[in-house]
Design a protein around this ligand. Structure first.
Ligand SMILES: Cc1ncc(C[n+]2csc(CCOP(=O)(O)OP(=O)(O)O)c2C)c(N)n1
Ligand SMILES: [Mg+2]
Length: 572
């Protein structure tokens, strides 16, 4: 091959992997590569804060199952990534963080914008590469891109800025993709045996089922066994909402129908889930996890098997491939399916539990008034949500209650802040998703506290033409934390009250649509108009200060003060 520059090798490697969008803020450290992005067919999306660039890459990755790529200036640009890379790590998103570093000749001298960029990300990446010589830039970029997809998580390419320069004599590596295995033959057979003998099988569809593209296989298996399906916490899009077997999501503010159904299971097939604590702990005082059931757990990461809950059969495999393989084994002509016998009763139970939960939800969500009762607001949004919408949710009290009201027909549609649970996740993540799938409406649910972390990106939406709708719940408080002060600290509200400016007006000043919504009857129309407008929109919804259940009553204790001066704050 003829000589090429290191920047060209780097950019050509991105192109070989199909990278079309890179999120970031401009910096001299990588300007030599940035300069040729347009000629390479890569759109650089310039943002307001690097944390949000990495969240956008996350949203992009989560809806496409491809890489989301972000880049920034060495030092402060890169440290700004940290929160979002941690979030992507727990969301299993193939985000590739390109981290130009201070020049090799100055390392350790503290010249300018220098920090050791590998240790910072060491616990929140699947792979880190340091490009120690320009000749290795393509090889290591390729590896970081490959591993992000294969291992489903963020990877980092750390490139001393001087290594973008100079001619090198290399080949751009050929892109490799691996077929994912279904799991071992013995464990698949054992799973088929358990499921064939089950009287009340339940499928728990998790994130792995979405990420493997395995929804059709899950539907086929569920129908074959007439097994009710529940989805794991915040993976409401893992099974079509309108399917008669779908009972809804488990976990915090999930579906009581799902909980009451899985509680009756004698065999659970968990497809691509680590059975995390938030999705298996009691909710609404329902102890739903079926401790006596046989659990078949499928996960492509062997470390997730048995991590939180013991399994009867562990399958180290891809959720889609495993579902297909188990189905093939179950439909063998000599196989008798015990669950067929009680099919009618089981389906009737599903119908009844869903009816009960819907009417309970209706009763919780029908009050009127101004400001708007939060659950009424969530119900109105649910009814007006376009079917093909991408919805990202933040981590506040209202956003989390939305779990009861968010239903999806298609996978890769629900982008909740996952286990990292950072405020400020939803809006930029919805933006990245919108860039990836511009024809789908993209909506972010954000609390007013978290909105302070995100709203600068409205400028990005306007400048880069990313027409996302932000639904901002203005309750004048950091509500989820205030809830803890109510429950444990005698309602001493420290740091939880907010005095907000008009978010609608700020949005308009930034060039977006800004709408203030005061009345329950306006909520649906406001959402419909915003998602149809083709413009970045901010709906500032004035809601009451009513708060739902806290995330973790179990994680706090009543305060006990020993010193006389603090006695008013919790006598022993
Ligand atoms: C980055 C970050 N900072 C702080 C927290 C702690 N926290 C969790 S929920 C919450 C309150 C969210 O308030 P808001 O966004 O207004 O939503 P609300 O609870 O009022 O619906 C806070 C501060 C967090 N999860 N992430
Ligand atoms: Mg709030």
């Amino acid at each position: 091959m003829a000589l090429i520059s290191a920047s060209e090798a780097f950019v050509e490697t991105l192109v070989a992997h199909g990278v079309e969008h890179v999120f970031g803020i401009v910096g001299s450290a990588y300007m030599d590569a940035l300069d040729i992005f347009p000629a390479a067919g890569i759109r650089f999306i310039s943002v307001a804060h690097e944390q949000n660039a990495a969240h956008m890459a996350d949203g992009y990755a989560r809806v496409t199952n491809r890489h989301g790529v972000c880049i920034g200036q060495n030092g402060p640009g890169i440290t700004n990534f940290v929160t979002a890379i941690a979030a992507a790590y727990w969301a299993h998103s193939p985000v590739v963080a390109i981290t130009p570093e201070a020049g090799s000749m100055g390392t350790g001298l503290g010249g300018f914008q220098e920090t050791d960029q590998l240790p910072i990300f060491s616990k929140i990446t699947k792979y880190q590469a340091h490009v120690s010589h320009p000749e290795r830039i393509a090889e290591l970029t390729d590896r970081a891109l490959t591993i992000a997809l294969h291992e489903r998580g963020p990877t980092q390419i750390n490139i001393p800025r001087n290594n973008f320069y100079g001619d090198i004599d290399i080949e751009i590596p050929a892109v490799r993709s691996l077929e994912r295995p279904a799991g071992g033959a013995e464990s698949l057979e054992a799973a088929a045996d358990l499921l064939a003998r089950a009287r009340f099988p339940v499928i728990l569809a998790g994130g792995g089922s979405v990420m493997s593209g395995g929804q059709a296989e899950t539907v086929r298996l569920a129908e074959f066994l007439s097994a009710p399906v529940v989805t794991s916490y915040l993976h409401n899009d893992a099974f079509p909402a309108s399917h008669p077997l779908m009972c809804g999501p488990l976990g915090y503010q999930g579906s009581k129908a799902a909980m009451r159904i899985i509680a009756q299971a004698d065999v659970v097939l968990a497809l691509g889930s680590r059975l995390g604590p938030f999705g298996t702990l009691p909710q609404y005082d329902i102890e739903y996890w079926p401790v006596d059931a046989q659990i078949i757990q499928v996960d492509s990461d062997s470390r997730m098997l048995g991590l939180v809950r013991p399994f009867s059969v562990g399958i180290h495999g891809d959720a889609r491939a495993a579902a297909r393989e188990i189905f093939e084994r179950l439909r063998a002509p000599d196989r008798k399916i015990a669950a067929r016998e009680d099919e009618e009763a089981r389906l009737a139970e599903v119908v009844e539990q869903k009816r009960r939960w819907e009417s309970e939800l209706d009763a919780w969500s029908s009050s009127a008034g101004t400001p708007i009762p939060p659950r009424r607001c969530l119900r109105e949004l649910e009814k007006a949500m376009p079917e093909s919408a991408l919805v990202a949710t933040d981590i506040g009290n209202l956003c989390s209650a939305a779990n009861s009201y968010l239903r999806f027909e298609r996978p890769n549609s629900f982008l909740a802040a996952m286990a990292f649970g950072n405020c400020g996740y939803a809006f930029p993540t919805a933006m990245g998703a919108k860039v990836a799938e511009p024809e789908r409406p993209a909506v972010a649910y954000v609390g007013d506290g978290a909105w302070g972390m995100s709203l600068a990106e409205v400028m990005t939406c306007v400048r880069e033409d990313i027409p996302v709708t932000a639904v901002v719940f203005n309750n004048g408080q950091w509500g989820a934390e205030k809830r803890n002060q109510i429950d444990f600290y005698d309602s001493r509200f420290l740091g939880t009250n907010l005095e907000n400016p008009s978010f609608a007006e700020i949005a308009r000043a930034m060039g977006a649509r800004g709408t203030r919504v005061d009345h329950p009857d306006q909520v649906g129309d406001a959402l419909r108009e915003a998602t149809r407008s083709g413009k970045p929109s901010v709906l500032e919804i004035m809601v009451t200060q009513e708060l739902g259940e806290p995330f973790r009553r179990d994680a706090l204790k009543k305060p006990v003060r020993r010193l006389a001066k603090y006695r008013d704050y919790g006598a022993p």
